[in-house]
Design a protein around this ligand. Structure first.
Ligand code: KMH
Ligand code: ZN
Length: 309
């Protein structure tokens, strides 16, 4: 089996400051968390930005530009700029940081869907900021829009024009068929990277059977030799699914974007702590962790010297 590509997503746009004192918020904190995660074994860093005062997800390229060069200088890691952004942002807002930074990788969500994070409301009695309960609550009546037109726009504006390659985030079976549609149109070319996202309310549940079926379907649609696959389990499913992926020959993603915990009832004190745990699991299973350059090679990335930061 090939070495495991570990992606770390240090902050995301889903969890809010009340939920953990360890969630990186400021550009400084995001840079520090990313550098530590890379040192612990993550070869790809999946990045969002937040308003440094309120912690609210913020798409401003200026914020990204505060941490991207710092992480690049301190590590060899591949920088992956999210185009998922924060729930409720327009597609233009979601793309702006990536088209400004011209990174080696960007995320791309492969279908429109319900994206319910409102159940988190019940877990907290008090909030640090008013925006937090409003943001979570609005997802009861929210569709995360990723239409064919917007996906095509990202594939051309970012993929074709910047040579950026994607972390194709697939939350359900139909999303694989959407990838296939764009392969047939010539807009997605191998090698490409598929992230199976399991356990989001609105997408497929985090069961092993789902992962196996998605993986089997992807092999059939794309050909196993044409793509790399990875798994992200939301919340308590994070480490169990990461372990399953390592067992099945896949890659994995951890980070506080996806889970705030290191084990049941215990908050992770850092992103690096989750990367270290994932790495221990991988190595116990007889695999090793891929270096950033191995990830670049396998994913066909343009190289860290061809970005705009
Ligand atoms: N937060 C994850 C469930 C993105 O940034 O494009 C999905 C995600 C979206 O990573
Ligand atoms: Zn993300």
């Amino acid at each position: 089996m090939k070495p495991v590509i570990i992606t770390c997503a240090p902050t995301g746009g889903i969890h809010t400051p009340t939920m953990s004192p360890h969630l990186p918020i400021t550009p400084n904190q995001i840079a520090q968390a990313s550098i530590e995660a890379a040192e612990a074994g993550a070869s790809i860093i999946h990045l969002h930005a937040r308003d440094p005062e309120t912690g609210k997800p913020d798409p401003s390229p200026e914020l990204f530009m505060e941490f991207l060069p710092r992480i690049k200088q301190a590590t060899g890691a591949v920088m992956n700029v999210s185009t998922g952004g924060g729930l409720g942002m327009t597609m233009d807002e979601r793309l702006r940081a990536a088209t400004t930074a011209s990174p080696e990788m960007a995320s791309l969500n492969m279908g429109s869907m319900n994206f319910g994070i409102f159940p988190l409301l019940e877990k907290y009695d008090e909030w640090q900021h008013d925006w937090e309960p409003e943001f979570l609550g609005m997802t009861r009546d929210f569709i995360f829009p990723n239409t064919f037109a917007t996906i095509e726009y990202a594939l051309t504006e970012l993929g074709e024009k910047h040579g950026t390659k994607f972390e194709f985030e697939c939350y359900d079976l139909g999303h694989l068929y959407n990838i296939k549609w764009f392969i047939d149109k010539g807009l997605i070319k191998p090698p490409f990277f598929v992230q199976f996202v399991l356990g989001i309310l609105g997408g497929a549940g985090a069961e092993l059977e789902n992962l196996q079926f998605l993986h089997k379907t992807a092999d059939r649609l794309f050909g196993a030799e044409n793509y790399e696959w990875s798994v992200l389990g939301a919340g308590r499913h994070q480490m169990p699914l990461a372990t399953q992926s390592a067992l099945l020959g896949g890659n994995l993603r951890v980070g506080l974007e996806d889970s705030l915990y290191i084990e049941r009832g215990e908050l992770a004190v850092s992103n690096a702590q989750q990367v270290e745990k994932a790495r221990r699991i991988v190595e116990e299973l007889g695999r090793r962790v891929a270096t950033p350059d191995e990830a670049r090679e396998r994913l066909g990335l343009k190289g860290g010297d061809k970005v705009a930061f």
